[in-house]
Design a protein around this ligand. Structure first.
Ligand code: ZN
Length: 299
């Protein structure tokens, strides 16, 4: 079977209360990216954070971190556009990536497009109610077409995030329009426990996603479980030819009560995939599977 693309999702907005190994600052993220690459990850995804863990979407954070990763590893870089950034327009949301594209040392390999809109309020299981009630992750069709145009302009690879079937259906229309390249790299973002915008992180939830992969188009799919344990599904994903995106950003992974590091989470996925006959894809192999340029994009 095909090699498996493993992406390390090192921090998102995860707190250290669940697992103290969540990296926040550039030096910590760079060290984790290098360690995860050594274990077999070929893509790294991270969010800018301050030393106390607050979100920090200053482009300078990404320039420093991307350059630091580039200097030490060839791991592919998948940046963020921020989280639920509805306070600005499409151009504003893409501004940090425009800054990163000014130099080959800081240019990423992917740019994300979440191809629809959802309510992303936080559920509080202890209280049995919502902590927030107005959080909408809004990605209008016009915004997405703007992102697709900029991504194409720079020769980046779109990282297409599908939270539910309607997102996948929008990807299909974009493929029909020719605004997305093939293969389309689609990340099924499942959500568990404290956020319900995606499918449940269960076999049924995943089957409901893969059943609607656009027919007649070349697609490659990976799976995230945001706020849930993806190891409940890794065997199924590996068996069905999918790819895996996982890390402490999504879930406070432990093993026998011990907090795992991001690199240990990646090592666990690699061991399971190998035992099932799928070797981790190297960076070069990942580029080939996703039809990416052989070399890093020069700005
Ligand atoms: Zn993210």
């Amino acid at each position: 079977m095909d090699k498996i693309i493993i992406e390390a999702r090192v921090n998102e907005l995860a707190s250290r209360r669940g697992n103290p190994h969540v990296p926040f600052l550039p030096g910590e993220i760079i060290a984790d990216a290098v360690a995860c690459a050594e274990e077999g990850a070929s893509i790294v995804h991270f969010h800018g954070r301050t030393s106390d863990g607050a979100p920090n979407h200053d482009p300078a954070f990404y320039l420093e971190t991307n350059a630091g990763i580039r200097a030490r590893s060839d791991i592919l870089i998948h940046p963020t556009l921020g989280y639920v950034a509805n306070d600005t327009d499409a151009k504003g949301r893409f501004a940090a990536i425009e800054e990163m594209m000014k130099s080959a040392e800081t240019a990423p390999d992917f740019a994300p497009m979440d191809t629809g809109s959802v309510n992303v309020d936080w559920w509080n299981p202890e209280e049995g109610g919502y902590d927030t009630t107005e959080l909408i992750y809004k990605n209008s069709t016009g915004t997405l077409m703007y992102f697709a145009e900029r991504i194409r302009h720079y020769g980046l690879t779109p990282y297409l995030v599908s939270w539910n079937v309607s997102f996948t259906r929008q990807i299909e229309q974009f493929l029909k329009m020719g605004v997305l390249p093939q293969p389309a790299y689609i990340c099924f973002c499942m959500t568990d426990e404290i956020i319900f915008a995606g499918h449940p992180g269960t076999a049924k939830g995943l089957d409901a996603h893969t059943a609607f992969l656009p027919e007649g188009f070349d697609t490659v799919w990976t799976v995230v479980n945001y706020k849930g344990d993806l190891f409940d599904l890794t065997e199924k994903i590996i068996r069905e030819g999918g790819h895996i995106s996982i890390g402490l950003g999504d879930y406070a992974y432990t093993d026998g009560g011990r907090n795992l590091t991001n690199a240990e989470v990646i090592a666990k996925v690699v061991a399971q995939a190998r035992a099932m006959g799928r070797e981790p894809a190297s960076v070069a192999e990942t580029r080939k599977i996703l039809n990416m340029p052989d070399k890093r994009i020069a700005a």
